[in-house]
Design a protein around this ligand. Structure first.
Ligand code: PLP
Length: 370
């Protein structure tokens, strides 16, 4: 049988903007109120309702969301914040930006999330917070993490930047921690260009976060005779960005459905390939795979093979302890060292068709000689 030729490029991810966004952004431009305002509020309310939290506070990025959450939880110089060794560097940077020390801990090789035993061992008298990362939308063990945090009186800031609408034990990720942080950068399910949001059920935290994101002002006044109770920042999300986000939300259900379907098709078509495994995703429990990921010892060769056939994939992050700002000698994080080099994100865009996924699977099978 002749192999079907793949002519178009199959992207790892694809951002998509529809007509709704053009209309909503035009309305903002026509209103001449392009700063943060009522449209931002509307976007915040929608996100809070979607993930089942009392408050949502929109900011300029996922990084700003994590940083501000830590700040609002009083993380300061001298404190230690536990961060998994395999995540995007922003997670550790957020702690560093508070003057705190990010304490890296190993991941577990099954789901690439923070390893609970390593986490428990890393807690000291200086530990003040844990940042579990839900890698590619897959829940960290939030039940146990919450138990540990409650027992040791630690704050939990969820890095749910890759986990919008992903459910774990009947509750949306982001709603488990003291604060949950999402990203709306262009490779996420919905985008505002750049942007992020913090969700929380705490009224006290909400007030602090709103002041922190706007120069320490409890309420925005004229910019002249305002009272600034604390030091703050400018992490406001503009009405323009929020309009983009509101437009994107119209496609959220369809996108989530498609991403879950991509994962289902991959698992069905890539089963029983010696040397390749697909990382788990609890579809039945309501998890949403931000991207579908696999592990193979032949990761680099497979990535090249696919690239030569117009198929994009993305290699995993290097462990944080190998990055210059967080460098530590090798050997302390055996799982992240091993898995970082074996893990690959397959094409996972919500724009993919069944045929696209089938074409990717066909080429992967060809690679493994089936
Ligand atoms: C795990 C993780 N943490 C943090 C971030 C930072 O989010 P942002 O790029 O919106 O600042 C990202 C985003 O790409 C991420 O994947």
């Amino acid at each position: 049988m002749q192999r079907k030729k793949i002519s178009k490029k199959i992207p790892w991810w694809q951002t998509q903007v529809g007509t709704a966004e053009y209309t909503l952004i035009k309305e903002v431009l026509d209103s001449n109120y392009i700063n943060e305002g009522e449209v931002t509020k509307k976007f915040e309310k929608k996100i809070a309702a979607l993930v089942g939290c009392k408050h949502a506070i929109a900011v300029t990025s996922g990084t700003a969301a994590i940083f501000l959450s830590l700040k609002a939880l009083n993380i300061r110089p001298g404190d230690e914040v536990i961060v998994p060794d395999m995540t995007f560097i922003a997670t550790a940077n957020a702690a560093e930006l508070c003057g705190a020390k990010p304490v890296l801990v190993d991941i577990n090789p099954i789901d690439l999330n923070i390893d609970i035993n390593s986490l428990a061992k890393a807690i000291t008298d200086k530990t003040k917070a844990i940042i579990p990362v839900h890698v590619t939308g897959r829940a960290a063990d939030m039940k146990t993490i919450r138990e540990i945090a409650n027992k040791k009186n630690l704050a939990v800031v969820e890095d749910a930047t890759e986990a919008l609408m992903s459910k774990y034990k009947g509750k949306y990720l982001g709603a488990w921690g003291d604060a949950g942080c999402f990203s709306f950068s262009p490779n996420k399910t919905i985008t505002t260009g750049q942007g992020g949001i913090i969700v929380t059920n705490s009224d006290e935290l909400e007030i602090k976060l709103r002041a922190l994101k706007d120069q320490g002002r409890p309420t925005r006044g004229t910019g002249g005779n305002d009272i600034h109770n604390t030091i703050g920042y400018n992490f406001k999300m503009t009405n323009i960005q929020a309009a983009l986000g509101l437009g994107q939300l119209r496609y959220l259900t369809a996108r989530v459905k498609r991403m879950r379907r991509n994962y289902k098709l991959y698992t069905a078509q890539l089963k029983n390939i010696p040397g390749l495994s697909i990382f788990p995703c609890d579809l039945a429990g309501g998890a949403v795979p931000q991207w579908t990921d696999i592990a193979t010892d032949e990761r680099d060769a497979l990535e090249q093979y696919l690239r030569a056939r117009n198929i994009d994939s993305r290699k995993y992050w290097f462990p944080l302890h190998t990055q210059p700002p967080y460098f530590l000698p090798s050997g302390q994080f055996p799982n992240s060292e091993k898995m970082s080099l074996r893990s690959l994100w397959l094409p996972s865009a919500f724009t993919l068709t069944d045929e696209d996924v089938a074409a990717v699977c066909r080429e992967i099978k060809n690679y493994f000689g089936r």
